[in-house]
Design a protein around this ligand. Structure first.
Ligand code: TA6
Length: 310
């Protein structure tokens, strides 16, 4: 079984404009609510592939209900803790139709009460079993500190779950101490983790290898539209995605992780895992929404992904 945990989910509002103009009235062309990313998107990919999984985390109010409804409409088995009296946050994403690139404005999220976090841990004790894959993506909301986050990781380890973590800052530094099976930092998150800016890809790779030596089986460094570098103790692979016209890159990293988890779960080899992950993330980038992707497009893109050992 695969369990995905999003501690600070979001209801995304995609706002479409021709081109954002400063100090002017920007008339919107369309707006669309969507499922905010992080581990929620991992569940969407798994469910689209018919791979059983449970999506959990902490939601609130009508916004939370809206996200859960959209996820359940796409076949995800949701089991979120709802905190009474609070609303899941909204992320505003301005999508320009006349040029590539989006602008994202995120709210912090409501403060988690101790009882709510306790309820989540009790739920995790019930639904996670030995050898389950547990994907935790995103940051921690107000009210949850690094000690709480570490307790959560310890709880999953005590049960015998296999951790896959996509996060940043202090959470990533904490996560590394728990030797997760896979982490997926981007370049900024890697720089924060190691405390300096590698001068080139060679130095980058040396740092990824150090993380492998610390016991992290797979380190997937996301380079955004430039692809990724995947490092294990045995291999380092540079991955170049197909050339596309990017419509909305929001959620690409989360869908990439969903693609990788789905292939790891099926025990595919490293190349196939990240060929599919890259292909489905590429598909995501060509779609208008935050959570849209096409398995059919991904199948086509698979052939165009370039991979080589470095
Ligand atoms: O990764 C994409 C995404 O999850 C968007 O869907 C939007 O919800 C945003 O990131 C939230 O980012 P944050 O870092 O605030 O959790």
């Amino acid at each position: 079984m695969i369990i995905t945990i999003t501690l600070n989910p979001s209801l995304d509002l995609n706002i479409y404009v021709d081109k954002l103009k400063k100090n002017q009235n920007n008339r919107t062309k369309n707006m669309k609510y969507d499922i905010g990313g992080k581990a929620t998107h991992v569940s969407l990919v798994l469910s689209a592939l018919g791979i059983e999984n449970i999506a959990t985390g902490i939601m609130g109010g009508n916004n939370g209900k809206k996200v859960v409804e959209m996820m359940e409409d796409r076949g995800v088995d949701c089991d979120f803790v709802f905190q009474e009296g609070d609303e899941t946050r909204v992320t505003y994403i301005v999508v320009q139709e006349e040029e590539e690139g989006t602008y994202m404005l995120t709210e912090p999220g409501f403060s988690i009460r101790p009882n709510t976090f306790k309820e989540l841990k009790q739920k995790i004790k019930r639904i996670v079993h030995k050898d389950d894959i547990v994907v935790i993506s995103g940051g921690i909301p107000p009210g949850i500190n690094i000690g709480n986050y570490s307790d959560l990781l310890n709880l999953i380890e005590e049960i015998g779950g296999r951790l896959i973590i996509d996060t940043s800052g202090k959470c990533l530094a904490e996560a590394v101490k728990h030797k997760p099976y896979l982490i997926k930092p981007n370049e900024v998150e890697l720089r924060e983790l190691i405390g300096y800016r590698p001068i080139d890809e060679k130095e980058c790779i040396e740092e990824l290898k150090k993380l492998n030596d610390k016991g992290i089986e797979i380190v997937a460094l996301s380079l955004g539209g430039k692809g990724s570098i995947v490092s294990t103790k045995e291999r380092t692979i540079r991955i170049i995605p197909p050339d596309i016209v990017q419509i909305n890159d929001t959620g690409c990293g989360d869908v990439f992780l969903g693609g990788a988890v789905s292939m790891l779960y099926q025990e595919k080899d490293l190349e196939e895992v990240f060929r599919f992950a890259t292909a489905i993330a590429t598909s995501k980038a060509t779609k208008k929404g935050t959570s849209d992707f096409s398995l059919e497009d991904a199948k086509k893109f698979m052939k165009e992904v370039i991979m080589y050992d470095v």
